[in-house]
Design a protein around this ligand. Structure first.
Ligand SMILES: [Zn+2]
Length: 701
């Protein structure tokens, strides 16, 4: 039975308890808790759950989605001020609007005119749809790809499918020269980050890249379109950044340090994260005008999309005059920070974060998460106003400009690097919180057990606990656990915490079918009618987030399971061996395997000692183990960082340029480069990191 349900039953049994009736056998306390502290935790969790209301989430969501609020806009600053005032009224402390001047280009001009086989100006706008007033708004800004190069070019169109390297290889085999042409690529399922498509286009020498939304990927071929269903109408288009943040997230002008007013900067033009190619987003309706007028070979079957004609590769005869102009300005962005100071360990921080900026209204992305953050903060504030304090400090962060280069969170993480390295317990990220009913969690392996336990403690709107619903929806076989994705790539604000600072991170949300991402239809009406009618999943996410945060803030020792982590790493090492074989590279992983084994044993032994110390109330020993557990993730960083992208310091995880997770990035990239000397030096520093992790835990003996 779920912790929450047991607790609810116990609440019902209070009268019996008052009569002196025993409650029966004691259940085991949550991971990291002594029995006494678990007993004290229970009423606080229930108060948090009771305070959180779906209607309050809906009210906040409407406020945050009322107007477009792109990073750098007056509206997004206004929302930051509103948030700060609300947090103060809720009872949060040390509220700050933190300013960062960052390279943040905005669009000036975007025009596209078909000039062959006939002349027609493309609309490049999204139509209003019935029952949704927001989609009729006059000024939603010029759609664009942030960090695109400027271009004014007339060239033939060539269809490049997803715009990945293997797609260009197919074209090359057909004898099609893409150089100087305008490449038309579709957003694709499975997903590859648009910045990777841009990098590939840049390398292949195209004149410009157009990214369009094919109906087979997120439109009418998938099902009912908005406002009747979750999928994108034919005129929807996906804005987005093409920045190379897989090389360097945050302000391109301050690699590894924070952009502050009057601070030190390098020219953006020299940054390894700024693309040298022009790119722009387009709807299927506009792209179809060109795509339907291509000659050349018929595209492969897998490249055929949802538009009602046979897709051909081109080039031409369709020819386009394309003008893309973005300003290259520095603008101020604003993070909002609020805290509830810890009563026993104020320098130990549990950080909850979500971004606030949106491409347009940000219905799902990120305002579902923002409404959830507001409600979570309100629930904690209510406890705080009653005189309660957590053992450790709770830090609430509303990040700006996530949509650009994960900018706000990265600049804040760099600003607070010393304090975070010394005292961060964990970072809990929620980007979109509720676009459907399917719970999904990703985290470092050390947090997976904890996240499952929290799911058992939170009721699901469909009945039972979030854990029960998660199992049901994932059809998890008996005897197995529902999957926490423990291979972390990138694409949201947890990146600085994990890859730069070595803080254990989790990324959480409920999702469902969603075809309006980064379009004007990602708005209040979509969420209210389609994504989460009643806002019950918003409330469930707030309860989940609050429960995870309170447990991390109150636990006797931080609930991190490094034995599981170390076992996962042993599997990664096996994969590296397989990859080396496939690439014909010699590799000796015996020392790394031995270090991972030792880490696993030390982690298991430390947790056993923690159990005994909790039972015997040996607080000195518990604290020693707690402090060691807090340092283990940090031990997996290497100050020099990864080859070619030194900002990325974690040796177990990094994003590939596609955003796909890459485990053991240093070793795997050396293998893929078939560089034997580099392989051996990468294995060496990985082994040392694993040894450090083991030794950190061994020191608690
Ligand atoms: Zn987002």
């Amino acid at each position: 039975m779920a912790w929450y349900l047991r607790a609810t039953m116990k609440r019902a049994l209070v009268i019996l308890a008052c009569l002196g009736t025993a409650l029966g056998a004691a259940e085991s306390p949550p991971f990291g808790f002594s029995a006494e502290r678990a007993t004290a935790l229970r009423p606080i969790e229930l108060r948090l759950h009771d305070t959180i209301r779906p209607d309050a989430c809906r009210r906040e969501h409407r406020i945050f989605t009322e107007e477009p609020h792109l990073a750098g806009s007056p509206r997004n600053y206004e929302l930051a001020q509103y948030m700060a005032e609300e947090w103060k009224a809720y009872g949060l402390e040390e509220i700050a609007l933190v300013e960062h001047p960052v390279y943040l280009p905005w669009p000036v001009r975007y025009e596209a005119t078909l000039v062959e086989p006939f002349e027609k100006k493309l609309s490049l706008t999204e139509d209003g749809v019935s029952q949704d007033k927001d989609s009729y708004a006059a000024d939603v800004g010029i759609p664009y790809c942030a960090y695109s190069e400027n271009v004014d070019v007339t060239a033939q169109i060539v269809y490049v499918n997803s715009g990945n390297p293997e797609d260009y290889d197919v074209l090359a085999r057909e004898g099609i020269d893409v150089r100087g042409k305008i490449a038309l690529a579709r957003y694709s399922m499975p997903y590859s980050y648009r910045g990777f498509k841009a990098l590939t286009a840049q390398r292949r020498g195209v004149a410009a890249l157009i990214l369009y939304s094919d109906p087979a990927d997120d439109g009418f071929k998938k099902g009912e379109v908005f406002p009747w269903g979750p999928w994108g109408p034919e005129s929807h288009l996906q804005r987005g950044s093409i920045v190379y943040d897989f090389n360097l997230p945050g302000d391109p002008r301050s690699p590894g340090w924070s952009s502050v007013p009057g601070g030190r900067f390098v020219p953006a033009a020299e940054a390894i994260s700024v693309p040298r190619v022009a790119a722009a987003p387009m709807s299927a309706r506009d792209a179809g005008l060109m795509l339907g007028r291509l000659g050349g070979p018929v595209a492969p079957a897998a490249w055929q999309g949802g538009l009602p004609f046979t897709y051909r590769l081109g080039p031409g005869p369709a020819k386009l005059h394309l003008v893309v102009e973005n300003d290259k300005k520095v603008r101020s962005i604003w993070n909002v920070i609020g805290k509830i100071r810890g009563r026993e360990a104020p320098d130990e921080w549990v950080v909850l974060g979500n971004h606030r900026d949106a491409w347009v209204y940000g219905g799902v992305d990120p305002s579902t998460g923002t409404a959830t953050l507001m409600e979570t903060a309100r629930a904690f504030g209510e406890l705080a106003r009653g005189g309660w304090r957590p053992r450790r400090t709770l830090v609430f962060g509303s990040w700006d400009a996530e949509e650009f280069t994960l900018t706000g969170s990265t600049e804040w993480g760099e600003l607070e690097a010393d304090r975070l390295r010394a005292g961060a317990v964990a970072y809990l990220n929620v980007d979109a919180s509720a676009s459907g009913p399917n719970f999904s969690a990703s985290s470092v392996p050390a947090l997976a057990r904890f996240l499952r336990e929290v799911a058992m403690a939170v009721p699901d709107p469909s009945g039972g606990s979030v854990y029960d619903a998660w199992r049901r929806r994932q059809a998890t076989p008996a005897g197995e656990e529902p999957p926490v994705a423990t291979r972390l790539g990138s694409g949201s604000d947890y990146t600085v915490f994990l890859n730069f600072l070595g803080v254990p991170v989790a990324d959480l949300g409920f999702d469902g079918p969603y075809g309006v991402y980064h379009s004007i239809y990602d708005n209040f009406t979509w969420v209210d009618r389609i994504g989460d009618p009643g806002f019950y999943y918003h409330a469930a996410m707030a309860r989940y987030w609050a429960t995870a945060a309170i447990r991390l803030a109150e636990a006797d020792h931080v609930p991190l399971d490094y034995a599981t982590y170390a076992r996962d790493v042993q599997a990664y090492l096996d994969e590296a061996a397989t990859s080396a074989k496939a690439h014909g590279v010699t590799i000796d992983l015996s020392a790394a395997q031995a270090a991972a084994k030792r880490w696993e044993q030390e982690a298991g032994a430390a947790l056993e000692r923690a159990q005994r110390a909790l039972a015997s109330k040996d607080t000195t020993a518990v604290t020693r183990i707690h402090q060691a557990l807090m340092r283990v993730e940090r031990a997996l960083l290497d100050a020099e960082g990864l080859s070619g992208r030194p900002w990325y310091k974690h040796l177990l995880y990094a994003p590939r340029p596609t955003y796909k997770p890459l485990v053991l990035p240093g070793v795997i990239e050396a293998i893929e480069a078939r560089d034997a000397a580099r392989v051996s030096s990468e294995v060496g520093r990985l082994t040392r990191a694993l040894e450090r992790a083991a030794t950190t835990l061994e020191a608690t003996r």
